[in-house]
Design a protein around this ligand. Structure first.
Ligand code: FES
Length: 152
C-alpha cells in the first residue's frame, strides 16, 4: 500500500549512505510521524536484513516510535546537569501526573512523554520541552501547569 511505497522511495534515496538504517528510520518517522509496522519488512527486504534486525535497532534507540504520538509531546531532559538539579524527581512527578512512563502516550491520546538528552538549558535545569518550546527551572508548580496545558 501507500506506506510500503513511500517507505520504498525513502529507502531508495538513502540506501547508499554508509550505515543507512538509522537515517532511513529517521526519515520514515519524519514522513509518517512514527515508524509504521508495515515499513519494517520493506526496509528489511531492501537492505537485505532480517525483520528482527530492523526491529532490534528500532527498539534499541528510543528515538523511534512504533505508534503515532499524542497531540502534544512533552520531553524531559534526562542528561547529567538536569539530573543533578532534580531531574529524577521531576520525571517521577510528571510520570505520576500523566499516569504513563517515558515513550508512552496517555490513553486519551493527548500527551506523549519522551526523554531528551540536553536541551541546551543546562544552567537552568531541570528543563523540559512542550511541543518544541523549552522551559527551564521546572519546579512542582510549573510541572503541574505544563501537564495541564498538555492535557488540553
Ligand atoms: Fe538538561 Fe542540558 S543537561 S538542558
Amino acid at each position: 500500500g501507500d506506506i510500503a511505497a513511500r517507505t520504498r522511495s525513502i529507502v531508495a534515496d538513502l540506501r547508499f549512505l554508509e550505515g543507512p538504517l538509522l537515517p532511513i528510520l529517521h526519515q520514515v518517522q519524519q514522513e509518517f510521524g512514527y515508524v509504521p509496522q508495515q515499513a519494517l519488512p520493506v526496509i528489511a527486504e531492501e537492505l537485505n536484513l532480517s525483520r528482527a534486525e530492523v526491529h532490534g535497532v528500532m527498539s534499541f534507540y528510543h528515538d523511534y516510535r512504533d505508534h503515532p504520538a499524542g497531540r502534544h509531546v512533552l520531553k524531559l531532559c534526562r542528561a547529567e546537569a538536569c539530573q543533578s538539579m532534580g531531574g529524577d524527581a521531576l520525571a517521577e512527578r510528571i510520570k505520576a501526573l500523566l499516569g504513563i512512563d517515558f515513550h508512552q502516550t496517555t490513553l486519551d491520546g493527548s500527551v506523549t512523554l519522551e526523554a531528551v538528552y540536553c536541551l541546551g538549558l543546562c544552567a537552568c535545569g531541570p528543563s523540559a520541552m512542550l511541543d518544541g518550546e523549552v522551559y527551564g527551572r521546572v519546579d512542582d508548580q510549573m510541572a503541574t501547569e505544563l501537564v495541564a496545558e498538555a492535557r488540553r
